[in-house]
Design a protein around this ligand. Sequence first.
Ligand SMILES: Nc1ncnc2c1ncn2[C@@H]1O[C@H](COP(=O)(O)OP(=O)(O)O)[C@@H](O)[C@H]1O
Ligand SMILES: O=C(O)[C@@H](O)C(=O)COP(=O)(O)O
Length: 426
Amino acid sequence: MTLALGCIADDYTGASDLANSLAKAGLRTVQTIGVPAAGLALPEIDAIVCAFKIRSVPAADAVAAALQAETWLRGQGAGHVLYKVCSTFDSTDEGNIGPVTDALRARAGEPIALVNSAFPEAGRTIYQGHLFVGALPLNESPLKDHPLNPMTDANLVRVLARQSRSGVGLVDRKTIAAGDAAVAARLAALVQEGKGAAIADTIEDADLETLGRVAMTHKVSTGASGLGLGIARALVASGRVRAATSGSAGLEVVGGPAACLAGSCSQATLGQIAEAERIMPVLRLDAERLGTDGIAETDRAIAFAGERIGAGPVLVASSGTPDEVAAVQAKFGRDAAGHAIEAGMARIAEALVARGVRRLVVAGGETSGAVVERLAIPAFRLGPEIAPGVPVLHALGIAGGPMVLALKSGNFGAPTFFADALKLMP
Ligand SMILES: Nc1ncnc2c1ncn2[C@@H]1O[C@H](COP(=O)(O)OP(=O)(O)O)[C@@H](O)[C@H]1O
Ligand SMILES: O=C(O)[C@@H](O)C(=O)COP(=O)(O)O
């Protein structure tokens, strides 16, 4: 197997979002959880997305994981490695986008890395280095209230510079509209100025196609699904990959009980939980009690779901409003609160799978990471798309028969997302 593209994703929902974009562009794609064990049989594929949970861990740990994956992906033949980050640039001044990009670039011996988190299909655009979420600058969007990485500056050149060893420059829209040679010349000029990373503007998919072609002339880049799409289209257009009619599988019946878990506190997920209350039993966890008496609170959820899953899907949610999140964080601290709640969600998932659940929907990137790690699923192949950036995932390499999951980025999906997902997970 020779890979056309190797990807390292900083969270699990982001990984499936990217894998979905690559598959839609015709690349045969598999998502692995970390670097897979040597024995895992992979089908003939064009791209691998190695999913990690390294968005909110200490920078040194994120760098170590990414470098390990880079070595493995290069060993599989990947000429280009894309570091997949969130389209809303989720990070703090400590990292981890800057430290990992610096490390991957140094490892590849490249003078500069293109960095672009745009995903126009999901409303993420970049102009003069400023990231917009729909019509709002990042710092005015709901991301300002993210429980782990509140985004308070829309200027990605500044945001990345604060967390990078290298200087950061801008490739503006006018340069991108002028084409590949103009972008290459701008990157060369930035290298002369001593910059090691370049934020690139993007308003529409055509910009991503230019950036994808230019990225492929380098060994490493950093971006979200949009840049992945640009790179995939460049690979197909250049003839390096023959596009499959569809890089993902169609609808497959798995059957058995279904459950949904929500740990995202995004506005989108809060709305989706409210909507789900119209069609399925919903248990709202007491987040504070998860911190003080996690076993009792998760036992309550396991009993609630266990009594009902025979009759239809159920939803268990820890999600809270910004004020509720602030209160829990004031009591336990930001990281400890997040860890305790994630551990609770993982325990509930494990118990529900032990009770026969084979169809599982999880909302939230960190939450999905905690759940998938606990379930020890080594890899996924792609199923149909539920919403932009959210595919159905078929578990590979597990015992106990087929299992499907949907790992939803907190911000993604229509208000009816939980029902939409279950419809495509029969
Ligand atoms: N009620 C709550 N109070 C405080 N933190 C919470 C609450 N519910 C969930 N969390 C934590 O908030 C974080 C949400 O992150 P994540 O799951 O990645 O969602 P998103 O996809 O929206 O970023 C997780 O660490 C989760 O454990
Ligand atoms: O790029 C994106 O927006 C998503 O792929 C993603 O990474 C979302 O992260 P979470 O919101 O933490 O799920």
